[in-house]
Write a protein that binds this ligand. Structure first.
Ligand SMILES: Cc1cc2nc3c(=O)[nH]c(=O)nc-3n(C[C@H](O)[C@H](O)[C@H](O)COP(=O)(O)O)c2cc1C
Length: 330
């Protein structure tokens, strides 16, 4: 019998498989199916900063109503809709917490240090075990330096940490100039976990209809290489838990992430493509691999991973690059 238990963000998980924030985690019935098929935790479908800000303005408009009756510019129906989203998300968290035995991580997708932070506390109040912040912003300003982008990230995180007492994880974008530095800074602020990595929306051009259209939404199985690299680089180096995300499509890749030092893995595309029952296949495959290696628990798996690790990953990477690409010809 192998033991798949792990700890992520201070939460005891029965196994390392978390279903990531997506439409799969946006309603009770779907989450119930994921839980029945072995998911240890879910990250609830994100609330978007824009939605939360609208709710904030909604409350403000109510507060001002006595003094100023001319508030027609506030689109009442739109506000009701946004308010409803926060209420529905809180109700979903409450339902899942009280009826299913899995951990619930609320998610906020944000891009600025606005006035919406106190609403993170509402998700805590609803019973979320933790919060995941997905800071999603594509910087296109040619005058914006990497340092100021990092500063913006840190400001957003600081504000959220000021408003909640449950653990906070940050889902990082895959391409930052200073991923390692950011990981260290976020850990120093008090962030408990990093999710490596978010997946960007990819626009494409339809040459037939002359329109910009959505590119491929799901990840590819080969996408796991990038999070695998960074999990390996950061594990043991920063005092935060690490969840791997992006391109985990089978048991083998999930195993590799834990070998590299991840505390948990998040899956989305593989479940969209194969259904909730695929979680059981992944868990079975994971157990089978551990049994074949005689690993009793995940710590044994990580310890095996540490024995494979190069002392200096940066140097290792350069040497491998020279070896494989330095003299590559056809
Ligand atoms: C249809 C879809 C919806 C998603 N919605 C969200 C979301 O609301 N919030 C979020 O943080 N990530 C969202 N994601 C990103 C996933 O959580 C995940 O980070 C990404 O898909 C990479 O993991 P994967 O390779 O297992 O798909 C979404 C992904 C997909 C495919």
């Amino acid at each position: 019998m192998v033991d798949l238990k792990t700890k992520y963000l201070g939460l005891e998980l029965k196994n390392p498989i978390i279903v990531g924030s997506s439409g799969l985690t946006g309603n009770f019935e779907s989450i119930e199916r994921l839980a029945a098929n072995g998911a240890a935790a879910v990250v609830i479908k994100s609330l978007f900063e824009e939605e939360i800000r609208m709710e904030y303005r909604h409350s403000l408009s109510k507060g001002l109503a006595d003094q100023d009756s001319n508030l027609d510019f506030l689109d009442y129906f739109d506000y009701e809709l946004k308010h409803d989203m926060l209420t529905r998300c809180s109700a979903l968290i409450r339902d899942v917490k009280s009826r299913l035995g899995i951990k619930v991580i609320a998610s906020i997708n944000c891009s600025s240090a606005g006035e919406w932070f106190s609403y993170a506390a509402k998700l805590e109040e609803a019973g979320a075990d933790a919060i995941e912040l997905n800071i999603y912003r594509l910087e296109t300003d040619v005058n914006m330096s990497a340092a100021s982008i990092s500063e913006r990230y840190l400001n957003i995180v600081k504000k959220v940490l000021d408003h909640v007492s449950i653990p906070v994880a940050v889902k990082l974008p895959p391409y930052m100039t200073d991923t390692a530095y950011m990981a260290g800074q976020l850990a120093a602020l008090g962030v408990k976990g990093l999710v490596l990595f978010n997946r960007f929306y990819n626009p494409d051009i339809d040459l037939e209809s002359n329109r910009i259209v959505s590119g491929q939404v799901y990840s590819n199985p080969s996408d796991y290489a990038w999070p695998l690299r960074w999990i390996s680089v950061l594990s043991g180096k920063v005092d935060v838990d690490l969840a791997a995300s992006n391109g985990i499509h089978n048991a083998e890749t999930a195993v590799k992430m834990i070998v590299a030092g991840a505390d948990a893995v998040q899956l989305v595309s593989a479940i969209y493509k194969n259904g909730a029952g695929y979680l059981l296949d992944i868990l079975t495959g994971f157990e089978k691999w551990m049994k074949a290696r005689d690993f009793k628990d995940l710590e044994a798996v990580r310890s095996y991973g540490r024995s494979l690790k190069p002392a200096d990953p940066g140097l290792f990477e350069r040497v491998q690059f020279m070896k494989y690409f330095g003299d590559y010809s056809i």
